[in-house]
Write a protein that binds this ligand. Sequence first.
Ligand code: FES
Length: 118
Amino acid sequence: MSRQSVVGVAGELAPGQRKLAFIEGRSIVLFNIDGTLHAVDNACPHNGASLASGKLEGCMLRCPAHGLSFDVRTGCMPGTGGLSVTTFPVGIVDSKVVVSIDEPNATPSQARAGSATT
Ligand code: FES
């Protein structure tokens, strides 16, 4: 069973923007990629560096420590195999951004940044 936590309000992140959020001791980074919100763990699976300040190119986030890149939509590195960063489902509920933290590596988040769903 997942726990849902409010981390912001719908529409606060424009495409290309990011936001660091803290949920029950976890550090999570939210990204707006072309109008869709995605959430990833703020710890690189390679050696734990913070991904919050990584360079974003399209949907690819480059770790500032050693340069590995991860698709923030899936958490996966390009190609087959490799490391993957934990992703979290994101939704919009009553105009609030909600992250489910007990379902790591679930299907890619699908929340539209400015839409309201229930
Ligand atoms: S800690 Fe991220 S690539 Fe090494």
